[in-house]
Design a protein around this ligand. Structure first.
Ligand code: NAP
Ligand code: MG
Length: 402
C-alpha cells in the first residue's frame, strides 16, 4: 500500500497555456504527486482546447468548480487579434477568468507571498496587504459619449415599459465635452461584501473598505450602507469573537492608512480603485511571481491561481531549448491553497499539513539564497549571495526540503 496522502473529493484542475503550462506539469510531478495520491477532475483550458470545444470547456470547468467547491487554475491566454492569428482561432474567445467569475459570481483576493530578504518598497509593510477588488460595474460597464457645445445630457430612468419615471439634468454644455453613465447592482455589492467578510474571518485579519461617499452621496454611499448593514446584522459578533474589526472610511484616508500600516489587513476596493491599487500593491511587494490569487464565491466556492499571466517571453525561450528561470511560487501557492482547502472541507488534516510544509520549503529555499532570476535583484540578506536557479532546478531545490 502506498503511504501517500489520500484524497476523497477531486480537485477541479484547470490547465492553461505557455510557460505556466510547463511549470504546472513540473509542479505536479516534482512537488505533489510523490506525496499525494492526487485526485483531480481535469479540464484543459489551454487555448487550442478552448478553440476546439468552442470554449465549452471553460464553462464546464466553472460548473465543476461550483459542484466540487475547490478548483486550481493555471494562467491562460486571453486572446487578442495577434493570438487569433497565432493559434488560428475560430474567434476571439473571451477571457476564461471572466467566464469563471461570471459563473461563480465571486470576488478576487490577491495576497503577496512574503519572504525574508525581499523587502517591500514600503519598508514598513511587514505583513501581506490582501486586496479584494469588486469585479462588477462602474466604469467597466459604462456608457460614454462626446457632447457638443449647446447640447445637454440627462439621467433618465424608465419603468419596465419604457415610460419615463424621472429625468435629471447632468449638464447643459456651454462648450464641447464628455459624459459617462455608470451603474452597479445591490446584489453584486452584497455578494462582494459577504465574500470580503468571510475572507477576513477565515484569515483572521481586519477588513478596511473605502469609497467616496461624501462626494458621491447616492452611488458610493450605497456601497457604504450595504457593507455596514451586512456587518451589523451578520458579522459584528463573529468579528468580535475572532478579535478582528471592520472599518469603513474615505478612500483617501484608507490610502494614507495603508501606506502607514504594517500590512496584515484585507483592503476591499471598488472596481477602479482595485484595478489601480492592486498593481501598486503588487509592485511594491516585489515580483508578480510572488502574488497569489483566489476567487471566492458568496456560496463558498474557491478557485486558486497565480496573479500573473502565462509568461510568454519565457515560453518562447523554452521552445527554443534555452534555459528559463521562471518563478513558480504563485502557481505553487495555487496548488497548496487548493489542497489545503480540500483537506479542510473533507476533514483530511494531513493534506493541509502537507500544503503548509510545501509552502515552508519554498520560503526556506528562497531565504537560503536559491531563487529564480526575477527575485535576484530584489534579494538582500546579510551573508547570503543569491543564486539563480532554472525553472526546474528551483522546484527540485524545494522538493529537497519537503
Ligand atoms: P505576464 O505573463 O504576467 O508576464 C509579464 C512579464 O512579467 C513577464 O514577461 C515577466 O517579465 C514578468 N513575469 C510575470 N510572471 C512571472 C513569473 N512567474 N516569473 C518571472 N517573471 C514573471 O503578463 P503578459 O505578458 O501581459 O501576458 C501574457 C499572457 O498571459 C497574455 O496572453 C495574457 O492574456 C495572459 N494573462 C493571463 C492571466 C490569467 O490567466 N490570470 C493574467 C494576466 C495575463 P520578463 O519578461 O521581464 O522576465
Ligand atoms: Mg490594473
Amino acid at each position: 500500500m502506498s503511504d501517500k496522502i489520500r484524497m476523497t473529493t477531486p480537485l477541479v484542475e484547470m490547465d492553461g497555456d505557455e510557460m505556466t503550462r510547463i511549470l504546472w506539469k513540473w509542479i505536479k510531478e516534482i512537488l505533489i504527486e510523490p506525496y499525494v495520491d492526487l485526485k483531480t477532475e481535469y479540464y484543459d483550458l489551454g487555448l487550442p482546447e478552448r478553440d476546439k470545444t468552442d470554449d465549452k470547456v471553460t464553462e464546464d470547468a466553472a460548473y465543476a468548480a461550483k459542484k466540487y467547491g475547490v478548483a486550481v487554475k493555471c494562467a491562460t491566454i486571453t486572446p487578442n487579434a495577434q493570438r487569433v492569428e497565432e493559434y488560428k482561432l475560430k474567434q476571439m474567445w473571451k477571457s476564461p477568468n471572466g467566464t469563471i467569475r461570471r459563473i461563480l459570481d465571486g470576488t478576487v483576493f490577491r495576497a503577496p507571498i512574503i519572504v525574508k530578504g525581499i523587502t517591500p518598497y514600503v519598508p514598513g509593510w511587514k505583513q501581506p496587504i490582501v486586496l479584494a477588488r469588486h469585479a462588477y460595474g462602474d466604469i467597466y460597464n459604462s456608457v460614454e459619449a462626446r457632447v457638443s457645445a449647446g447640447q445637454s445630457a440627462y439621467i433618465t430612468i424608465c419603468d419596465k415599459d419604457g415610460n419615463e419615471v424621472s429625468r435629471r439634468l447632468i449638464k447643459q454644455f456651454s462648450g464641447d465635452g464628455i459624459v459617462q453613465g455608470v451603474h452597479n447592482l445591490d446584489k453584486s455589492i452584497r455578494s462582494f461584501a459577504v465574500s470580503c467578510f468571510n475572507y477576513a474571518l477565515e484569515n483572521k485579519i481586519p477588513l478596511w473598505f473605502g469609497a467616496k461617499d461624501t462626494i458621491s452621496k447616492t452611488y458610493d454611499h450605497r456601497f457604504k450602507d450595504i457593507f455596514n448593514d451586512i456587518y451589523e446584522r451578520d458579522y459584528k459578533e463573529k468579528f468580535e469573537e475572532a478579535g478582528i474589526y471592520f472599518m469603513y472610511t474615505l478612500i483617501d484616508d484608507i490610502v494614507a492608512r495603508i501606506v502607514r500600516s504594517e500590512g496584515g489587513v484585507l483592503w476591499a476596493c471598488k472596481n477602479y480603485d482595485g484595478d489601480v491599487m492592486s498593481d501598486m500593491v503588487a509592485t511594491a511587494y516585489g515580483s508578480l511571481g510572488m502574488m497569489s490569487s483566489v476567487l471566492v464565491s458568496p456560496e463558498g466556492n474557491y478557485e486558486y491561481e497565480a496573479a500573473h499571466g502565462t509568461v510568454t517571453r519565457h515560453y518562447y525561450k523554452y521552445l527554443k531549448g534555452e534555459e528559463t528561470s521562471t518563478n513558480s511560487v504563485a502557481t505553487i501557492w495555487a496548488w497548496t491553497g487548493a489542497l489545503c482547502k480540500r483537506g479542510e472541507l473533507d476533514g483530511i488534516p494531513e493534506l493541509c499539513e502537507f500544503a503548509k510544509n510545501v509552502e515552508r520549503a519554498v520560503i526556506e529555499t528562497i531565504e537560503s539564497g536559491e531563487m529564480t532570476g526575477d527575485l535576484i535583484p530584489l534579494f538582500k540578506r546579510d551573508g547570503i549571495t543569491p543564486k539563480k536557479l532554472e525553472s526546474r532546478e528551483f522546484l527540485q531545490a524545494v522538493a529537497s526540503r519537503i
